[in-house]
Design a protein around this ligand. Structure first.
Ligand code: SF4
Ligand code: SF4
Length: 150
């Protein structure tokens, strides 16, 4: 009986419309705030490595050696001592092929669980709630890949 009720509750939660059902506005202002300063992790996968190394016209092996590091078992872009991303030089040097993590920001689960997560993140990113409206489907599509939390 208890498990039936639990299943019902889960179903109700799954059926519930997300708080961003009307979409969310976002347009990057290219301020670079999320690329500089505090130390962070920018995860890359094999697809990112292929795309970025080819964009920079560097073979994959030297690219991996020079630009990547391992953090908590995951490959991440290196950063400078001051915390700036290694790819940042007055703007993202690889903007067209930036890693999935950067391409999908700010539509991350950690920013979308509840509305206040989004509101909180807004203090760090001037592009949120500005510019183009991304409809709910589009937001969910960006959420779909392995975006459990970067
Ligand atoms: S903080 Fe926001 S607006 Fe600024 S570069 Fe990052 S994503 Fe774009
Ligand atoms: S890869 Fe580009 S967009 Fe991503 S953090 Fe580095 S500089 Fe910023």
């Amino acid at each position: 009986m208890r498990s039936v009720r639990l299943m019902e509750n889960i179903k109700v939660m799954q059926d519930k419309e997300p708080w961003y059902k009307n979409g969310l506005k976002f347009e990057c202002q290219r301020c670079g705030d999320c690329c500089r300063g505090e130390p962070g992790i920018v995860k890359v996968d094999i697809n990112d490595i292929k795309k970025i190394s080819s964009y920079l016209k560097i073979k994959q092996e030297p690219f991996t050696k020079h630009y990547l590091r391992i953090v908590n078992g995951s490959l991440s872009l290196r950063e400078f001592r001051n915390g700036d991303c290694f790819m940042y030089d007055n703007g993202c040097k690889i903007y067209e092929v930036r890693p999935l993590q950067c391409r999908t920001f700010p539509f991350w689960k950690s920013n979308l669980r509840i509305e206040s997560d989004w509101e909180k993140q807004k203090h760090t990113c001037p592009g949120m709630d500005k510019g183009r409206l991304h409809d709910c489907q589009e937001v969910e599509k960006k959420l779909k890949p392995e975006l459990d939390d970067f």
